[in-house]
Write a protein that binds this ligand. Sequence first.
Ligand code: ADP
Length: 476
Amino acid sequence: MSFRARLTIIYTGFFAIALILLGCGVYFSVRQSLYAGVQRDLWAATQQVRRIFSAGGLEPIRTPTGELRLFLRSEFIQIFNNPNLVAQVFRADGEMLDSTPNLGGRALLIPDEALSMSIDDVNTGFSIVREVDTTRIESLITPLVIDGNQQVVGFLQISRPLRDVDRTLGMLMGILVGGGAIAMLITAAGAALIAGRVLKPVDQITHTAQGIVHAEDLAQRVPVPEHHDELHRLIVTINDLLARLEALFTAQRRFVADVSHELRTPLAAMQGNLEILQRGGLEFPDIAAETVTDMRRETARLIRMVNDLLLLAQSEAYTQLQREPVELDTLLLEVYRELRPLAAEVGLHLGAEDQLTIRGDRDRLKQALLNLGVNALQYTPPGGRVTLGLERLNDMACLSVADTGVGIAAADLPHIFERFYRADRARTRHSGGAGLGLSIVKRVAEGHQGHATVASTVGQGSTFAIWLPIEVRDEG
Ligand code: ADP
């Protein structure tokens, strides 16, 4: 069964329960008040007839045998005129003395149970509902007591047909059942409609997801609804997810393509060199030596590239980063010492050196700083200057490497931190870089919740910086 059908059934079911409870409540309270009304009518009529009796309409006569009998002095009961109510007077033995004319020919006797009533029952009476000629009739029987005579001399029975009550209750039941059924139908239709509308975006999501699966096209997006509701948020989230996945897959594909491309060049060079050796190059010591040197250089390049890739992969898994206190000033000094042997004819200097400690991964930070330092020395001609610095700016520690080297063209600057990006391919490939050094710097900075920046002017030099947040509790 579909989710929509289930929603409709559940909703209609709850509505039906509420409707049945309400219907029962209405029906039984109306029924209760109608029957109470009938009782009120019967008692009111009883009181009325009793008043007529006490005005002298009824006379007890003692028979010669000493028995007390009841006689009607006149046709008093005729004055009692209520078309809906029948009044009957019975002797104590159950014989009917008189009745109002509206009794017709109906045989409405006094029930046997009523005959046993005593004078104590004058105010409670005896009620009974009987069916006479398919009409239900309610009767109230009360004992008749003559003033000063503590004896039941007869019975008064007031009856009332329940036709109108039954008709009203029947009509009410009809309205409740019929109206309830119509209300349920409308509710079911409404629920189906609403469930359909609510689930439409879900259908669209499913449709789009299927489209993505079939076409393997992550560029598709789910149409965003106008209303800013829960579904809007869900769809925006799914679209964000798709965008992220798309970016990741694209990056991954490009990365694999780049890696293959980069690995192919040194491998092809080595294959070429091996062929030279195989075709007799070994017999010429000069050629053999040169070929082996070439091969060593290419192998070294391959090893460096694979190491860089490994480092990059590790940096991307942020969770692997250590979180230990790192004294940045000590670290900077260490990098300065390791770079000095490489400086040759370039002047290597220490600039501003604040004392700062952050929490982070010492080895990764050192690697990043070394990458910047090596680049600066590599792209700065003899006579130039490279300056390492550490400064605190607001809540950030700024590790900088500034050089007076060749600089980077404005067109290259936005891409400089991308993997395998080299500003000047011919020049740098010769110098052995694979274009991974700066992406490692960027990853390390981001892994520490910081970022890496560059400012450069062609012919004047470049300044690279790693910005790292300082935790307040580490300020010392
Ligand atoms: P590589 O291994 O080629 O040095 P990087 O990612 O470290 O790779 O650098 C990418 C490119 O950025 C380099 O090829 C170079 O063109 C440029 N570059 C990096 N540092 C500097 C610098 N200090 N001065 C000028 N160009 C630089």
